[in-house]
Design a protein around this ligand. Structure first.
Ligand code: C2E
Ligand code: MG
Ligand code: MG
Length: 604
């Protein structure tokens, strides 16, 4: 074996397995000789046609394939295309052409072959360089493929239990639904909620909570048959998709199996724990024809099981359920037919009386259902993919309005509510950024309001997404602070720019009440973290002054202004401006807040 003096010998690891594909025996000989001379240490096998090459590649592993452009039965680029299509990782490929034909080079590049050699300029050195270069490229591309697969897995599986996550579950449900409609096959969907999980989490710690969920995941996956999907779809919520399980009888049998398997004692941190679950069952096609309805009904059945104390309930339509069923039925139209619209509720600086921002609140009016409150349809949307298109439609509407206001000279920060489910969406950060940049809006003008429950149910995804959003300059607000699983951990772990005290503590706020101490403590906390503090649900003018004294700088509520249409908000602003300019109304900022008359209707 010879090595050229100018270049180092190829690293002495395992020999490179190289497949040389050329229909000309003399050319193959020449190439083999040059490879030997190059000292690159390749183990060369030969193929004289495209089909022979494919056969060789199917039988054995090759690090690099050198392909002549002109082959008897095919062209080099066609062969490259087939090899790429059939191999599951990138493979190093070099094209050898008889002449310096640009068309061939472009064609080869289109097939992802970037290294090529001219037959009349072959030397040991450029052969070695081309092989090295293509191996390096393939190694790099393989790294990318593995990284992409890892990401894909992360976005489809739950990191704790290794079960499919909500995304994958919805995807499988959608596929099963389509197949079932074609074949008249039935299936069951079950939603299982772990009873008293919060208590276990609170008393024994999150670590024990995690171990418990892992064990439940393990037991469920043992139960699953090949065609079944068991998934973790939320904090302590699991779901099952059971193909062929199409009667109440068979569903009850499976539910009983689940109940008894999970009820077997578990040892968590040397302590015996017994778990019970509440199971809600829906059977296709009897209880719903689309995924939104199916999941909404499974959820309702599960809650009925929780209330009744029975381990399992099969869906049956009640009165409230009939409304929810109708919402699920018409929800598609909300986004598709543009039935959603926004109202804006002002946030006021309680110190200066200036408008500090507006919160966009979604509204839905449907020809069949009339006006539907967000608290009724957002949870239904959250159980399906719809929350995604809905959120982006809302974001677009709000930012379009921000542009209109900016063009009128009003640079007002806008807050948009973000559902917990959106942290499962890998596009959230990019889409939010893009929505701002395409409109030329500064990121500081947008705040996303997230509830504590959202952070609780999706802590890992949430943390990553929130960090990226904050890095962009977008504000993050904790909505309804104090009403959920309040934990100071969020303030430490997540980069929060604003806290909104839940209206629970504001509605009954009076100077001598206990809520005063709570507000004062949250104010101290927010100052410590250098976070803006907003009080929600101010219904009484006197509360503005009291809140400001307690250290809360911003406020929002019916006493300041209800959620309003754009037109109504314009009139409201104009009214305020006139009164603020009127010296008789006094110059004290808080008074400025006080003189605002509450608007009469919330429907704008
Ligand atoms: P939220 O984000 O906490 O919004 C504040 C809610 O409190 C709004 O109800 C608002 O009308 C109401 N509110 C404001 N001031 C007062 C007051 O002084 N007294 C009382 N009693 N209520 C007041 P709304 O518009 O019905 O929204 C309810 C919830 O629905 C929102 O709570 C939010 O969680 C959700 N939501 C609203 N719009 C959207 C949206 O665009 N996307 C998402 N994901 N959720 C939204
Ligand atoms: Mg909000
Ligand atoms: Mg709120």
């Amino acid at each position: 074996m010879q090595s050229t003096p100018e270049r180092p010998v190829y690293p002495p690891k395992a020999a490179i397995a190289l497949l040389l594909v050329d229909d000309d025996v003399v050319d193959r000989e020449t190439f083999r000789r040059l490879i030997d001379e190059s000292g690159i240490g390749a183990q060369v096998e030969e193929a004289s046609s495209g089909s022979e090459a494919i056969a060789r590649l199917t039988e054995g592993h090759f690090d690099c394939v050198v392909v002549d452009y002109r082959l008897g039965d095919t062209t080099g680029t066609d062969l490259a295309r087939r090899i790429k299509a059939e191999s599951d990782v990138p493979i190093a490929m070099i094209m050898v052409t008889g002449c310096g034909n640009e068309r061939v080079v472009v064609e080869a590049m289109r097939e992802g072959v970037y290294d090529y050699l001219l037959k009349d300029q072959l030397t040991a050195r450029n052969v070695a360089e081309a092989i090295e270069e293509s191996l390096r490229r393939a190694e790099f591309e393989t790294g990318l493929v593995h990284a992409r697969r890892r990401l894909q897995r992360l976005s489809m599986f739950d990191g704790l239990t290794n079960l499919p996550n909500r995304n994958l579950f919805l995807d499988r449900l959608e596929q099963t639904l389509q197949a079932a409609k074609r074949s008249d096959l039935g299936f069951a969907v079950m939603i299982m909620d772990v009873n008293l999980f919060k208590e276990i989490n609170d008393t024994r710690g999150h670590d024990a909570g995690d171990k418990l969920l892992t064990e439940i995941g393990h037991r469920l996956s043992q139960l699953a048959r090949a065609a079944d999907t068991f998934a973790r779809i939320g904090g302590d919520e699991f779901a099952a998709l059971l193909v062929g399980c199409d009667s109440a009888l068979s569903a009850n049998v499976v539910a009983e199996k689940i109940r008894s398997t999970l009820n077997e004692p578990m040892i968590i941190d040397n302590e015996l724990v017994r778990v019970t679950v509440s199971v809600g069952v829906v059977i296709f096609p009897h209880h719903g024809m689309d995924s939104v309805t199916i999941l909404a009904h499974a959820d309702q059945a599960m809650y009925r099981a929780k209330r009744s104390g029975r381990p399992c309930e099969i869906y049956s339509a009640g009165e409230a359920e009939a409304r929810s069923f109708q919402i699920a039925t018409h929800l598609n139209e909300a986004v598709e037919r543009g039935e959603l619209f926004l109202q804006y509720q002002p946030k006021l600086d309680l110190g200066t009386g200036a408008i500090a921002g507006v919160e966009a609140l979604v509204r839905w009016r449907n020809p069949h259902l009339g006006f539907v409150a967000p608290n009724d349809f957002i949870p239904v949307a959250e159980r399906s993919w719809l929350i995604k298109s809905m959120t982006y439609a809302i974001l677009d509407m709000a930012l379009d309005q921000a542009v209109v206001w900016r063009n009128e000279g009003w640079h007002v920060p806008i807050a948009v509510n973000l559902s917990a489910r959106m942290f499962d969406d890998s596009e959230l950060v990019a889409r939010s950024r893009q929505a701002l940049t395409t409109r030329g809006l500064e990121p500081e003008l947008l705040t996303l309001e997230v509830t504590e429950t959202a952070l609780m149910t999706s802590p890992v995804g949430a943390q990553k997404a929130l960090r990226s959003l904050r890095d962009t300059g977008i504000g993050i607000s904790i909505d309804d602070f104090g009403a959920g699983y309040t934990s100071l951990k969020y303030l430490r772990d997540f980069e929060i720019s604003e806290i909104k005290i839940d209206r629970l503590f504001i509605s009954s706020l009076e100077p001598s009440g206990r809520d005063v101490a709570i507000v004062r403590s949250i104010a101290a906390l927010s100052r410590g973290f250098d976070v803006k503090l907003v009080a929600e649900g101010i219904e009484d003018q006197g509360q503005c002054e009291l809140l400001h004294e307690l250290g809360c700088d911003f406020g929002q509520g019916f006493a300041i202004g209800r959620p309003m249409s754009v037109e109504r908000l314009g009139a409201w602003r104009a009214g305020r401006a006139t009164r603020r300019a009127d010296p008789a109304s006094g110059t004290r900022p808080v008074r400025a807040a006080r003189i605002v008359p509450p608007a009469k209707s919330g429907k704008g």
